[in-house]
Design a protein around this ligand. Structure first.
Ligand code: F6P
Length: 474
């Protein structure tokens, strides 16, 4: 790793990149003073595509006061942004995750709006824009990502009108009734409208954006986008994000992974049916509703202990720690863990839990072994931009069985119409969907999985990134 200062627009030691990605997180994170690869969903969706392109990735180092650095790591150039603890609190914890995140996810929690923190959000967005303006080559293509950086496109355009700027929102974009609550709603729309292309996961989100831009900032609605009050055309469309299918399928086909899956199954007590949930520990993911429905399913069918001590159906729930400084996330952890205790208290016997709960992040190979060890994957968020876990499960299963229960409120439901689609807000429907999946005849499961495979193969991460960038430079 080497570090250096850049010397002005596109001219520093690190200048010259024709493609620049700007995202809150980097593809690397500092762990015990070492930069290690950091495999979040956004990073994994982009890395495979970016590596051969000599792109530069601009993002926050992940900890407070880490000195700004520029280096190459894992086949990609990286320029870090240094943030102070107070900036992280105001920009990331407060405005991004305690104001925008809940509002954009159907107001599942009440947003907190703090004027001083909004100023910090704007100031941090300005830092991202300035840093990008310093390192991007003349005429470069810049791809800005997600809700933490909604002001960056317009700020960057002011600094560097020569750039081609794209913005992609990974989370839902809310309907008018909700967005109108946002105290800085015009600023957000004008910030995003600094881009040449604005991409969303679903068509409905693009439509929400277009009608709000028309209503609040006088944008004229035209074919494929809007014309801003100052006469610029901004293309707006949907580009559903995906995964690196080859990476997941490759790990799944590895005999080491297949053996690990068999081992997992044995360690669970060889139950006839294994259900699996894998989520960040977020209230949008519907983990509590899932656990309650699972308890109800065991109660209804009394299938927990056909043979004393050996549960017939078990649920493995991986809950990845997330945003632990935000109150709603702390409350959610307590809620989920209390429910795990309640279901196990009622249905476990010594040595045989009904719910196997892990509060930690697992490496990709272990996750894929779990996907292979599973009969029913339960992806039931109350609202989700896309949900890449659903796509990973399908990629890992390849040809064969395995049933996906999928929330109609996840973006993935648009493509995965052959999953068992469920409304996770309806407790009765959730139990029924799990029962349908458990009882599904093998030939039907195989047929559905093959249709899911086809849908997945039509749009992998490479296709997603290439298609967005083609529309951007067109
Ligand atoms: O889904 C939105 C998103 O920001 C992703 O880009 C990211 O992988 C995930 O949430 C995790 O969030 P955070 O960066 O806050 O840990």
């Amino acid at each position: 790793m080497s570090t250096s200062d850049s010397g002005g627009p596109g001219r520093g030691a690190f200048g010259g990149h024709q493609l620049v990605v700007v995202a809150n997180r980097l593809p690397v994170a500092l762990v015990d003073g070492e930069w290690r690869s950091s495999p979040g969903g956004l990073v994994r969706a982009l890395l495979g595509f970016l590596r051969p392109t000599a792109a530069l990735w601009v993002g926050w180092a992940g900890t407070a006061d880490e000195p700004q650095a520029e280096f190459a790591s894992d086949g990609i150039d990286v320029a870090t942004i240094s943030l102070a603890a107070e900036q992280i609190r105001g920009y990331y914890d407060s405005i991004s995750n305690d104001a925008i995140w809940p509002l954009y996810h159907d107001a599942l929690r009440t947003s907190t709006y703090d004027n001083d923190d909004w100023r910090i959000y704007a100031e941090v967005n300005e830092r991202f824009a300035t840093r990008t303006a310093e390192v991007a080559a003349e005429g470069a293509v810049v791809w800005v990502h997600d809700y933490q950086l909604q002001l960056v496109p317009a700020m960057l355009r002011r600094l560097r009108p020569d750039l081609r700027i794209g913005f992609f929102l990974h989370i839902p974009f809310p309907p008018q009734e909700l967005f109108m609550r946002f105290p800085w709603r015009e600023e957000v729309l004008e910030g995003m409208l600094g881009a040449d292309l604005i991409g969303f996961q679903r068509r409905v989100a693009a439509e929400n954006f277009i009608s709000l831009a028309h209503r609040l900032v006088d944008a004229e609605v035209v074919d494929d986008g809007v014309r801003t009050a100052d006469g610029r055309f901004v293309r707006v469309g949907s580009f559903p994000v995906s995964i690196d299918i080859d990476e997941v399928a490759g790990i799944a086909a590895d005999p080491v992974t297949v053996k690990a899956a068999a081992r997992i199954r044995r360690r669970l007590g060889d139950p006839p049916t294994v259900l699996l949930g894998v989520d960040r520990l977020d209230y949008t993911k519907g983990i509590g509703e899932r656990l309650t429905a699972f308890g109800e399913l065991l109660r209804n069918r009394a299938i927990a202990h056909a043979v004393p001590g050996r549960p017939e159906v078990v649920l493995v729930q991986i809950a990845v720690p997330s945003r632990e400084n935000v109150g709603d996330y702390q409350a959610q952890r307590e809620h989920v863990e209390q429910l795990v205790g309640a279901v196990n208290g009622e249905f476990a016997t010594l040595g045989y839990p009904a719910v196997h709960y892990l509060h930690r992040s697992l490496p990709l190979d272990q996750l894929i072994a779990l996907y292979l060890a599973t009969d029913v994957m339960v992806v039931t968020p109350l609202r989700d931009g896309m949900n890449l876990v659903a796509k990973e499960f399908v990629a890992a299963r390849g040809v064969g069985d395995g049933v996906l229960v999928l929330s109609e409120f996840a973006g993935a439901a648009d493509e995965f119409t052959d999953a068992v689609i469920v409304n996770p807000h309806d407790p009765h429907a959730l139990v029924e969907a799990m029962e349908t999946a458990i009882a599904m005849p093998r030939d039907e499961a195989i047929r559905r999985m093959s249709a899911l495979q086809d849908a997945l193969l039509a749009n992998d991460a490479q296709h997603w990134a290439a298609s967005f960038l083609e529309h951007l430079v067109r």
